[in-house]
Design a protein around this ligand. Sequence first.
Ligand SMILES: [Zn+2]
Length: 263
Amino acid sequence: MAMTRSIIAAFIYTALMTAAFAASDKQQPPPGAFAGAPPQYTRFSAAELQRGFMALAFGSDLRIGAKPRGIRRFDHPIVARVVASGSVDRSAAMAGIVEDYAGKVPGLHLSLATGATPADIEIQLIDERNFKAALRAAFGDQVTKTFVARTNPQCMTSVKSSAEGEILRSVSFIIVDKGDGVFFDCAYHEMLHALGLSNHDQRNQWTTLNQSRMVGYLSVYDRALLTALYDPRLAPGMTATDARAILPRVVKDLGLASTGARP
Ligand SMILES: [Zn+2]
């Protein structure tokens, strides 16, 4: 009987240890998030970050044409431009979102365009009724029809990259006239796509790139994935096999995963 008891005790102990290293430290959304933004977990294990990275940095369910190979991201400082044409002026809010990314992920070297500087990311702020027309103007009838039929998108980003995996230019369309929730969720979600996290993961409960979730701020989880993506060791074009091999070292060196110690 004593033997049985010690086996049970060992089991419980293991379960508790696992829990301690899973997503934890739930916190309220950051100041400035829209009313109704969800709380977030702020500490993740290396395995949770690596799994999300592999799911989101490779492939895209919006892909048209040749299958993109490997990691896609910018390989130089990034300039973003906000182009507002919607009936609700959210230019300042969008500029603030770009600055939020720039400040929280320094590896992006992201800034807002000034004057006539050519932009790497163009962010089009539009009304919902102009969404399809804007897509048609940008991509043509056929591609628009395919996109809309396949995904029934509310907002959208097109990422053009070289055969080597370097992003050449991204264009995002963000709806501004359907309330704060739609705007902030779209804006933060599409920025992740524009920067190279091209995929979605409906089973991942922490990322903004789960289309069943509405987040509307840069979560600790997505920030960690983006920070890893822009580490110099994760180069554009890198295969999934190579990325999987180097990712644990990158996550560890950048201190992205919780180690069990309180911050
Ligand atoms: Zn998306």
